[in-house]
Design a protein around this ligand. Sequence first.
Ligand code: BDR
Ligand code: CA
Length: 293
Amino acid sequence: MTIIIDTDPGIDDAIAILYALQHPRLEVAALTTVAGNIGLSVTTRNAGRICALARVPTSVYAGAAAPLGKEPRPETGIHGNDGLGGVEFPEPEAAPASADAVAAMVALLEAHPPQTVDLHCLGPLTNLALLLERAPEVARRIRRVIAMGGAVDEPGNVGPKAEFNIAHDPHAAAAVLAAGLPLTLIPLDATRQLRADAAYIADLRATGQSPAIAAAALIEAYFAATNGAESRPLHDPCVPLLAEHPELFRIEERSLDVELDTGALVPGPHRLNVAMGLDADALRTALLEGLAR
Ligand code: BDR
Ligand code: CA
C-alpha cells in the first residue's frame, strides 16, 4: 500500500512514522510536514531525523507554516522545544526536497494510478485543505484518508471539546470534512484507549531494535511532561495501525462538522467513518512487533 504521511513530529508522530517505515506492506512515498506541535522548520527537520534513525531514505517536503485563518499554537509543553522530547536522533541524511508539500502530493498522486495512494494525516489538516483548494480533482485520486483528530463523545485535550489537530486549524478541518473524501477519522475517543506504561517501555527496550528503543525514549519523554500519570495515550500510531489492522478498530458512521471558533467537533451534515473504539492489547502488540522488525 503506497502512503503519504502528513505530519508535525511530534513525539507520537515519530512513533507512528517509525512503525510505518518498518512495515513491509506500507510503502511510504513521502513525508509532508506541517506546523503544529512545533514550527515548520523543526517538524521538517524532525521528519528527516526520524528517517535517518530508521535508515529508510524517504523524501521530506515542507508544507504549511501556519494554519488557515488563525495564529499557530505550538505544543512545546508536551513535545519539548525540539518537538521530540529531547530524545537523541541522528541528523537528516538529506535536505528537504525543494517542492512544497502540496506540489509533492499532486506529483505523487498523478504519478500513481487513481485510488492507489492513501494519505495518513498525523497533524493539523492544513496541507490537505490546501490540496483541496489548489487541485481538487487530484485530491479525488486519493484512495483513503486516515486522520488522527477530534473528540466526539470524549472531552478534548486543548479545550472542553477541542482536540489539538483540529483546534490548531479548524478552517482546514472544516474544508476537509466538507470535501466528501473517503475519510476515516480517529478521535481521542479511540486513541486514548491505546496507552503505554512503564512495562510497555521496558518491553520496547527489551527488543534491542533501534526503532523500538527510540520509541521507548520518546514515550519516556512524553511521561516527563505529565505529573505522575501511569500511562500515556499513543494517538498518532493509531493511524498506520488502522491501515494495517482495521479489524482491531470499531468504526461507526457519524455526522459531524467543525465549530470554527472552538475547533470542537459538533453534530453536522458530513457523514464520516469514525473510529470510536479499539482492541488495545492487540494493537499494543502489533505496534511493538512492528517497531522491532
Ligand atoms: C494530536 O496532537 C498532537 O499533539 C499529537 O501529535 C497528536 O497528533 C493529539 O491530540
Ligand atoms: Ca501529530
